[in-house]
Design a protein around this ligand. Structure first.
Ligand code: GLU
Length: 338
């Protein structure tokens, strides 16, 4: 784990890379669920880590529902998520919907266009939307070939001339962009090779995840982001946006994923693992917290509350490998009833 604000240029060469690990500034953290389904054990583990990390430093914690994907997001899931987090024993200092701040995110996209850092794009590849706007897209991103670069003056010019809806793409260069992640260490990408000019505003004018999360983390004054390490590969795009928009990036803690029996990232569709189902089956939430604590390097009795595990939390004890949830994990949890 990296400690302190060390210059890292020597390790990484001539790249834009910031060491954003621990400093003495007041900590602001966030839980950022997408309200598109019930939470599972993977969410429980990463949200507990975010909570422990923040509360250990007496930080302020925001619960932000990332609800811009209006086809999938719903108020129903917002309430259910809040109930599940409360059941786990987590608390927060503020709660809001990302959609409330939509105008400022859209404005950031338009600013990038006005400054020449973005351009209109009418490409309609079916995979663009899921690959570029979903937080957990495919691991190998398609590199956008730059088809619409230097073609259109603005969105209406693009739409008028093509008869198609236009979105916006950020113009990336060959300059490496990277960070020193507090868990994973140095990580650098050349965006022109990994994703190319990436989407910041979808063709339906909904901001892409990459832009929304950056504008909001900055607006909320977030100083640390704890999330699954499948999002590490999104971080260089986000750092590019922070830098280009003149905003301060947070420190990042990308934590190893929780996998299902088949070794795949636990997904919302793994219904057997949802917190709601465990709760309905009578599982004691303190057993779930104890499981999450154990796979975060905290030794605990079979039941513990999030608050009681807090004094033992230490980032340096986090095991570096992914954790698999098996039938026997579930059987153990089911055996510890309220
Ligand atoms: N809302 C995103 C998700 O559900 C998390 C984004 C982030 O933590 O940056 O996966």
């Amino acid at each position: 784990l990296s400690q302190g604000n060390r210059p890292i240029e020597s390790a990484l060469g001539d790249v834009t890379a910031l060491d954003m690990s621990e400093s003495n500034a007041p900590v602001v953290a966030r839980l950022a669920p997408s309200p598109t389904g019930d939470l599972h054990l993977g969410h429980a583990r990463s949200f507990l880590l975010a909570w422990w990390s923040c509360r250990r430093k007496h930080g302020r914690l925001l619960l932000r529902f990332e609800d811009l994907d209006s086809e999938r997001a719903g108020q129903h899931w917002v309430s259910r998520t809040q109930e599940d987090l409360e059941w786990l024993g987590l608390d927060w200092d503020d709660c809001r919907l990302q959609s409330r701040g939509l105008p400022r995110i859209t404005q950031a996209a338009m600013d990038l266009l006005a400054q020449g850092f973005a351009y209109p794009c009418v490409c309609s590849r079916g995979d663009i939307r899921s690959a570029a706007s979903a937080p957990h897209g495919p691991t190998t991103l398609d590199v956008y070939p730059g088809t619409c670069r230097n073609k259109y003056r603005d969105l209406s010019d693009a739409e008028h001339r093509t008869g198609k809806q236009a979105g916006l793409r950020a113009v990336v260069s060959s300059r490496p962009v990277g960070l020193v992640d507090a868990v994973r260490g140095a990580y650098v990408e050349r965006l022109d090779q990994t994703c190319g000019d990436f989407l910041i505003l979808r063709r339906d004018k909904i901001p892409a995840y990459q832009l929304a999360v950056v504008v909001d983390d900055a607006a909320d004054g977030v100083t640390e982001v704890v999330r699954g390490d499948d999002l590490l590969q999104s971080t260089p795009r986000q750092l590019w946006l922070f830098e280009t928009l003149g905003l301060n990036p947070p420190a990042y803690y990308h934590v190893p994923l929780i996998l299902n029996e088949a070794g795949k990232r636990l997904a919302k569709r793994d219904a057997a693992m949802s917190l709601r189902e465990l709760r309905q089956l009578g599982v004691d939430p303190r057993a779930v917290v104890a499981w999450a604590a154990r796979c975060s390097g905290i030794s605990t009795p079979p039941r513990i509350t999030a608050a009681d595990a807090l004094p033992q939390f230490d980032w340096s004890q986090l095991p570096p490998h992914p954790v698999r949830v098996t039938r026997s994990t579930l059987d153990d949890l089911l055996g510890i009833q309220t």
